[in-house]
Design a protein around this ligand. Structure first.
Ligand SMILES: [Zn+2]
Length: 476
């Protein structure tokens, strides 16, 4: 099972988590957690892209079922302030990431696709990151998808379209923010699109560039401005999905840990961290992968909570999402869903990685039959996926997979390998999970907070108010 850690590590983690949970309870009991009079000097803003509250809750149930001793199962759900946040944008009741990130970053509604500008895409909107930077705080922007993707871009760029990747990359170099970390740069279509050019531009602007985990970990405080990219990316310039990550692979947690180390200073910092692949896995309706991505983001939240205990009077942690993706539902099967959800752990690869495996299989065995693929199916989705009732459907999907190429999980369309779709959908159903759509939904999202000013984040409010609440908490 992919989640299981070596016994000693898992014991250590359980012990550590137990200590942290005790600290957390003490913090909740005292006034330090939520007094609105303290000024937030160290601000963490976590954004789970596509992380609906249903995904959060299901990830929590999944973790609790797999590891009952780990407390809390999901740190973000254990934070003392909890709210619900509406996400509609200026053009639609169902937002995209660009408009939602702009609302969170700048407190203004804009149209889908617009980055850091008003709803006419005419005037730039000042972002929280720019305000914090102008006040002398250090600023870090982290994601596990491309660093010039919509969500991080809304904190440092102002462009009419999220696809202006060159312009966004140039804005990054000009921003002067102290720390950027993400996947590769995305390129714009056309002759000006040049990823190397954007990296060189950042270098010319004074950024130290690191492109792998060893170089990242070697950075010391005082390194100056840093741009951490990933030379090895998985799909669409993003870091590898948590479910596919080899031991020691670069992660959002690495970026967060290093970010805290580099940004920590008496004048404070703002660290924005996006879990961008929750959305991608949810578009693909890939439940096991999406839940692992939520847990991966939560490990970065846990790191921020550890920092909070060093500066409890002056730290604010906010965890939110830009929108729900997929409309995932957890249903009761037989009145005892907890044992069922653990079935999801049989899936050991993302739908994307399974598509790559199918590509390799098709090339190696062009005339293979369904029975030849049993080993591949078992290795990816567990031993009990094929039975007499579903064999015909799976054989049909296998035939489609053998005819088609390059049908990996795709961020925009959710198109995936046909056999992988059948298998992951059936496994999720066995685990009690159904998806509504491969698109975004208009469900409110959950916003959580801990620390200075966190009490502001209780209640029911719009995503534009996340901006104003942070401004208030920080005394900007
Ligand atoms: Zn999306």
């Amino acid at each position: 099972m992919h989640i299981r850690e070596p016994r000693n590590r898992s014991l250590l983690r359980a012990a550590w988590a137990g200590c942290m949970a005790l600290f957390m309870l003490l913090a909740l009991a005292g006034p330090a957690a939520s007094s609105p009079t303290q000024r937030a000097r160290y601000i963490f803003l976590f954004i789970g892209d596509g992380m609906g509250m249903n995904l959060r809750r299901t990830a929590e149930i999944y973790q609790a079922a797999l590891h009952p001793a780990w407390q809390p199962a999901l740190w973000m759900n254990a934070l003392p302030a909890q709210g619900l946040t509406t996400t509609q944008d200026a053009s639609s009741s169902t937002t995209d990431s660009a408009a939602a990130a702009t609302a969170i970053a700048s407190g203004q509604k804009t149209r889908s696709g617009v980055i850091g500008m008003d709803s006419q895409a005419a005037a730039p909107l000042t972002s929280l990151a720019e305000i914090a930077h102008a006040r002398g705080m250090r600023v870090g922007i982290i994601t596990n998808v491309p660093i010039n993707h919509a969500t991080p871009a809304a904190f440092y760029a102002h462009v009419p379209s999220r696809t202006q990747y060159d312009d966004i990359g140039q804005s990054l170099a000009r921003s002067g923010f102290e720390y950027f970390a993400g996947g590769a740069f995305l390129q714009s279509a056309g002759p000006s699109g040049n990823e190397t050019g954007l990296t060189a531009l950042a270098q010319a602007a004074g950024y130290t560039i690191v492109e792998d985990r060893a170089a990242l970990l070697a950075l010391q405080p005082g390194s100056g401005k840093v741009l951490a990219l990933a030379a090895a990316v998985q799909d669409g310039g993003a870091l590898t999905y948590a479910i596919d990550r080899a031991p020691g692979g670069l992660s959002l947690l690495d970026y967060t840990r290093k970010g805290i180390e580099l940004l920590d200073n008496p004048d404070g910092f703002l660290l924005v961290a996006e879990g961008g692949k929750i959305d991608w896995a949810a578009h693909a309706n890939d439940a096991a992968t999406a839940l692992r991505e939520v847990l991966d983001l939560d490990s970065a939240v846990r790191e921020a909570v550890a920092f909070y205990y060093r500066h409890p009077e002056e730290t604010l942690i906010v965890v939110t999402s830009d929108h729900d993706t997929g409309g995932l539902g957890l249903f009761l099967e037989g009145g005892a869903f907890q044992p069922y959800i653990t079935r999801l752990a049989a899936q050991s690869v993302s739908l994307y990685a399974f598509g790559q495996r199918m590509d390799g299989f098709r090339e190696t065995y062009p005339g293979a039959s369904f029975s030849d693929a049993q080993g591949l199916i078992e290795a990816s989705f567990g031993p009990s996926m094929v039975n007499s009732r579903n064999q015909a459907v799976l054989e049909n999907a296998f035939a489609l997979s053998m005819q088609r190429e390059g049908l990996h999980a795709d961020e925009e369309t959710g198109a995936s390998d046909p056999l992988g779709v059948e298998l992951s959908t059936r496994l999720a159903y066995k685990a009690g999970i159904l998806w509504n759509t491969g698109s975004h939904t208009s469900l409110p999202v959950q916003t959580s907070a801990l620390g200075a000013g966190s009490v502001l984040f209780n209640g029911f409010y719009d995503n534009t108010e996340i901006f104003s609440k942070i401004v208030l908490a920080a005394g900007f």
